[in-house]
Write a protein that binds this ligand. Structure first.
Ligand SMILES: *[C@@H]1O[C@H](CO)[C@@H](O)[C@H](O)[C@H]1NC(C)=O
Ligand SMILES: *[C@@H]1O[C@H](CO)[C@@H](O)[C@H](O)[C@H]1NC(C)=O
Ligand SMILES: *[C@@H]1O[C@H](CO)[C@@H](O)[C@H](O)[C@H]1NC(C)=O
Length: 288
């Protein structure tokens, strides 16, 4: 009896929420005409959200799958987390990462899933504690990363395809002083490595001397790369150590940089606030 009462209350709450939602959609629809608080031209007029929510009710339930938003103004440079995404050092890929402990098919009032994955899955960020144990112990986790570094003007550059990111390759890029955020597109994107389930150790990344050159000759604080590690496999530890020792450089790895023109964008990356974690999945977008 208790159980029934509980689920009845929950159902009721759901219904109330649904009603509230409908009322809110209506309200936001009518408020798109100009008012003092919401003058016309202020909002995002070409994507009227109320129209979208109406059509969803009548459509044949096909969810939108987007890589760009706002007619190309916003580019998603995050890889979808999928089971066949490559995972560092594994031939199996990410594998199952979602479970559905409460499912409507089994009588639950809602579908509630849970996830389990490496914090360095897919497009992700490294915190200083990733390669320095004393930083880990001192609490330099992903929640301590500076959002000012992860958000702002950024340069997307094409790295020469014939070598790893060495000092020589860095020098040839001629990245001006003052540039704080750079997304390095490499042969990894051409080879579509993030679309291959099996981890590939031949990916392009920073060699130790390339990382050292970046620190000594540029103002770059956010380093974005297009495979699972900023450091090349052959210099995996040494290049990571060079980057992370100063605790001011943030590595964003596994970015999706396909089909984007090189140039200047505004980058926006937000890691999860995972207390105690030395890595976190991150959502990154570019805005033109
Ligand atoms: C709930 O999960 C089931 C799988 O058990 C799925 O078939 C169904 O579409 C889901 N329902 C909703 C509302 O997402
Ligand atoms: C529902 O429960 C059965 C029995 O525990 C289980 O085998 C099945 O996988 C569950 N289905 C879902 C969609 O959770
Ligand atoms: C980059 O280094 C890896 C080893 O870390 C190597 O397998 C790969 O061939 C190198 N790539 C290029 C383009 O030199």
């Amino acid at each position: 009896m208790m159980m029934m009462k509980v689920s009845f209350t929950l159902l009721l709450t759901c219904t109330v929420h649904m009603l509230t939602f409908t009322v809110e959609s209506l309200a936001s629809c009518s408020s798109s005409s100009a008012t003092e608080a919401y003058p016309s031209g202020y909002g995002d007029e070409h994507s009227s959200s109320c129209g979208a929510s109406y059509s969803h009710e009548h459509d044949d339930l096909v969810p939108p799958k987007r890589e760009v938003y706002g007619g190309g103004r916003i580019i998603d440079i995050t890889h979808k987390i999928r089971s066949d995404l490559p995972s560092f050092g594994s031939s199996e890929g990410v594998g199952q990462f979602l479970w559905l402990p409460s499912s409507m098919k089994n009588g639950s009032f809602a579908n509630i899933s849970e996830m389990k994955m490496l914090t360095h899955t897919g497009t992700h960020v490294d915190a200083p504690g990733h390669f320095f144990d004393h930083y880990f112990d001192a609490g330099f986790d992903v929640d301590t990363l500076d959002l000012d570094v992860l958000n702002g003007p950024a340069l997307l550059v094409d790295v020469p395809r014939d070598k790893n990111i060495t000092a020589e390759a860095m020098e040839s890029l001629n990245i001006p002083r003052g540039v704080r955020r750079v997304l390095f597109r490499t042969l990894n994107t051409d080879r579509k490595l993030m679309w291959k389930k099996e981890f590939d150790t031949s990916f392009v990344g920073f060699m130790k001397d390339g990382a050292q050159w970046l620190i000594e000759n540029t103002d770059i604080k956010m380093v974005g790369v297009d495979y699972l590690s900023a450091a090349a496999f052959d210099n995996l530890i040494s290049a990571h150590l060079v980057f992370l020792e100063g605790r001011d450089i943030i590595l964003v790895e596994g970015l999706k940089l396909d089909d984007i023109n090189p140039g200047i964008y505004s980058v926006h990356c937000l890691p999860l606030r995972l207390v105690g974690a030395e890595g976190s999945p991150i959502r990154c977008i570019l805005i033109k």
